[in-house]
Design a binder for this molecule. Structure first.
Ligand SMILES: [Zn+2]
Ligand SMILES: [Zn+2]
Length: 369
């Protein structure tokens, strides 16, 4: 029971579409009953799915909205963070945001963090040639973070990928990739024979990681911290450091104070967030309100608590990500901001699909500026 991805339809949904026990956990960390919660979810996989039917469309966000090519040119100097998909949970709506994925361009590297549905489209819209894929990091195996891993790599391959791509993910990631390749074996064999392409299975390497340093190479260091995302036990925040610049991703997590230490002095903290009123509205529209709400509280972080982590970590800039709800018109940017401002008065950006933020200059650039 390490991952909670047993393969039934119920388990493939993101956790906030499922019911749970333990209402009133609030900000507590490390619920003692997370295994029991898992069992409760297993026993009752049907409820909660109706939630996805109740979500509606657009929401407001801050945006730099710059031209991707212009950004790209700038990215060669200092790099950029692009939020490709800003939504928590796997559902999509007409004109609405996509599930979670992000791009970091830094030090000449192109690093994709999480591969929710829409990641390939998001990368192309951000101006990246898919054949330039380099590194892919998966924080955990909920479908809103990994569903499009295989399709992204395959699409990159058909777009001319010839260089090796490395995928880092928690235990189980290799099985996801191997399963995808098995499912596409007919097409893969055909394209190798018919089009003379290299074998995609030889181009892609999957490394499974736990806590600690997972990559140290060419001035880039990537570290992982296990966070609190019951019932998933293999879920990791990531800290990327390159030439003195630090970007931290919370991944999906309940309010988790150790994350503040992990994110210490980061230039950017990308933290997941729920809005309390939005959660209430979601819960109202479902038939299993109390249990669903309890589950959300146990596994995710309220926006004000994300602000608390940013404050305690002393980061320079907080970006809210994996928004729940992401597409309720009644929960606009100002409402997210109000929540965060109860705990955090520093730089703040509310994520949205396509948000394109320049990274601060490198240590060298900052010295010579
Ligand atoms: Zn998620
Ligand atoms: Zn998750």
């Amino acid at each position: 029971m390490r991952h909670g991805h047993g393969g039934s339809a119920g388990h493939c949904e993101d956790e906030w579409l499922k019911p749970g026990h333990g209402i009133g956990r609030g900000n507590l960390v490390a619920p003692p009953g997370s295994r029991r919660l898992r069992k409760a979810l297993d026993a009752d996989p049907e409820k909660g799915h109706s939630l996805s039917e109740d979500e509606t469309n657009d929401r407001c966000t801050i945006s730099t909205n710059a031209d991707p090519q212009a950004r790209r040119a700038g990215g060669a100097v200092s790099g950029r963070l692009v939020i490709l998909g800003s939504k928590g949970g796997p559902a999509i709506r007409p004109g609405g945001p996509s599930p979670t994925s992000s791009l970091i361009e830094i030090g000449g590297r192109r690093i994709v963090i999480d591969c929710g549905l829409g990641v390939a489209r998001g990368l192309v819209e951000a101006g990246l040639a898919l054949s330039e894929l380099d590194l892919i990091l998966i924080t955990h195996l909920h479908s809103d973070h990994v569903l499009e891993l295989g399709p992204l790599l395959h699409t990159a391959w058909t777009a001319g990928l010839k260089r090796p791509v490395r995928v880092f993910g928690p235990v189980g990631t290799k099985a996801v990739w191997d399963g995808f390749c098995a499912s596409l074996s007919y097409d893969i064999a055909l394209r190798i024979d018919d089009e003379g392409r290299p074998d995609i299975r030889a181009l892609v390497t999957v490394a499974e990681f736990g806590e600690g340093v997972l990559l140290e190479e060419g001035g880039l260091t990537i570290e992982a911290l296990r966070v609190e995302h019951p019932p998933v036990t293999e879920c990791y925040a990531l800290r990327l450091t390159q030439d003195g610049r630090v970007i931290v991703f919370s991944s999906d997590t309940a309010y988790f104070p150790p994350l503040a230490e992990f994110a210490r002095d980061a230039d950017i903290l990308v933290h997941e967030a729920m809005h309390p009123d939005g959660v209430d509205r979601l819960v109202e529209r479902t038939g299993n309100g109390a249990r669903l709400k309890a589950h959300l509280l146990a596994s995710h972080t309220m926006a004000a608590d994300a602000g608390r982590i940013a404050r305690d970590a002393g980061v320079a800039h907080l970006v809210l990500h994996h928004l729940v709800p992401a597409d309720d018109p009644a929960i606009a940017e100002i409402h997210w901001t109000e929540q965060v401002r109860t705990s955090w008065d520093g730089a703040l950006t509310i994520g949205r699909d396509g948000l394109d933020l320049p990274l601060p200059g490198s240590k060298h650039q900052r010295k010579t500026a």
